[in-house]
Ligand binder design. Sequence first.
Ligand SMILES: NC(=O)c1ccccc1
Length: 504
Amino acid sequence: MPIERPNVSQLQQLAGELHLQISESEAAEYLALMQPNLDAYDLIDGLSDEVPTVKYPREKGYRPEGEENPLNAWYYKSEVQGAQQGVLVGKTVVLKDNISLAEVPMMNGASSLEGHVPAFDATVVTRLLDAGATILGKATCEHFCLSGGSHTSDPAPVHNPWRKGHSAGGSSSGSAALVAAGEVDMAIGCDQGGSIRIPSAFCGTYGMKPTHGLVPYTGIMPIEATIDHAGPITANVKDNALMLEVMAGADGLDPRQYISRGGSYTAELDKGVRGLKIGVVTEGFQLPNLQPQLAEKVRNAVARLESLGALVGEVSVPGHQLAAALWSPIGCEGLTMQMMHGNGMGFNWEGLYDVPLLDKHAGWRDSADTLSPSLKICMLIGQFGLKHYNGRYYAKAQNLARRARADYDRAFDDFDLLVMPTVPVTAPPLPQPNCSLTEYISKAFEMIGNTAALDVTGHPAMSVPCGLVDGLPVGMMLIGRHHAESTIYQAAAAFEASGNWQEM
Ligand SMILES: NC(=O)c1ccccc1
């Protein structure tokens, strides 16, 4: 199929957008000279796309309603049976709804994407199925994954299974809610500012944000490649480690995997914590909105690890606050370029692009006013930094991210793990649908003070449930050296085995 050529005046218009002025006759001459290039576009247009083939058949599926979806945590139910054999045989899994499951609708929490049906499976999906898992469907997520509260998802907010009317956390809201409600064994979440760990903390699940690049993001709708992470959300530590083992390692299609190695994450589970050095991060307990009772639960959990033989000390990591600050230019300018101007894919990397998703998402411009205020504020910050400051603060923040990372790594000279509260608050009530802009946005970001920093530095970090305050779960965040997920699991497993966290 030939692509539609621009005419002379369209080419002049394009030139204008590039700050060029070309006369009509120049435009005509350029146009003639461009013909071989446009012939190349014709050739590409005539070819089929180069994408992975779908390996396992699936049901058409449906959108559960009413009693079948009391928390609004399901987006779609569609069963996919994986291989007959493998470490995940008998395990049920739900996918966050920014992860492609071929033939099953995906909307990433945003009405502007409604109607999109992916053509291929994300790498992590194929890996789980190859390991024998049974996928049950897609979990509701927040609007383009841009909220730590569960009130921004289209069509409806997700409720916390511990208390209806309260936030499930976000942005992997449905993922954690369905695991906590016992509807699935496992879920995949994604995390750019805390979106695996926040809902895990609010819902009392185990949520691991692995080292940046460990798990391929291929086939998952991104926010910004340098902070995109995918990882497991489960009801126990063993399942979490198993799931990570299956999902980790290079797929050759994701530029985030500049360092790519998988590993065995189940090997250390029974080792205990005797002699393990755990640093309590001073800055992690200095968030202005930290609830004292919640901090107390986390300190009690650390004392328990100490009683199990860990060597505990206090450590200051000034880079923690720096990293949290770096999230603003990196997250906001990065998502404005990649997710919005770049139609969800961006440019300048080799790998697997989802072309139909790109086309569909390019339509956000036609209904931009329906975007969530939590996304709008990030776009406004991002556009400001890009337009008024050439994106220089994004660039400088990427450089300073190495300083922040080195700061944590200095702490890891003395400690094997670092610990702090995952989030400063327990699950708050969901804001009312007609709440103010200020409330809507503050309820989306009030809890990311500790989590976002580790997206910037890339360190693995896991939320481990460690108690209840007024009947709502509290999460302790364990942070490890890059690629030391095993050490995190080792401590998490020892802690889990030491008693019922709901009684702590
Ligand atoms: N995608 C995220 O991790 C996120 C979390 C909280 C707020 C904004 C984004």
